[in-house]
Design a protein. Sequence first.
Length: 230
Amino acid sequence: MPTKTSPKEEIEKLKELIRYHEHRYYVLDDPEISDAEFDRLVNELKALESQYPQLITADSPTQRVGGKPAEGFVTVRHSVPMLSLDNAYSDSELLEFDRRVAEFSHARETGYVCELKIDGLSIALIYENGLLNRGITRGDGVRGEDVTFNVKTIRAIPLYLQSPFIQKFKRMEIRGEVYLPLTSFNKLNEEREANGEAAFANPRNAAAGTLRTLDPQIVASRKLDIFVYQ
């Protein structure tokens, strides 16, 4: 006869399965199961955790969305300042930038790697022993706001880094840009206009405003995403 698994083993199995499908859907954009099947897995996990609350862990997929809205955000100092980039609006400004780079680097020729800018809100993610511990906005570059509860609702951000290599680091900081995909932005504005609310001017404002919303339930409903660059 097959050995009956314990509630803890069932919960761990479900968490692994849900993480796998979250990665397929939100990171690879290649889902293997339907939304209904995914919801069934999450509800099954919720039911088990409700029955055995002592087995709930901080990295569980059910812990992404908190219950009550926050009263405000706490300001936190960055371990290393989060600097921003200057803009160039003319050829002369771009050439002046190239001159300064050459002067600073003492290079005869300078090569550049360029990429399109994803415009959203910069975020620092702090992982401790592989577990997402804190999410901090760029703020003024020296201090930012602790938006951890909101960050946890973004499905593309893992609550736990499972790589054995990464788990060797007691503390790891990952930086990226939280943004709102155009499809989500257009849908959000359609809903706001239908409800008589003002539409967001652009995806950047929508992403920044959403991440700084005090209610994680609202943040979760708006389908934010992240692009990691450091």
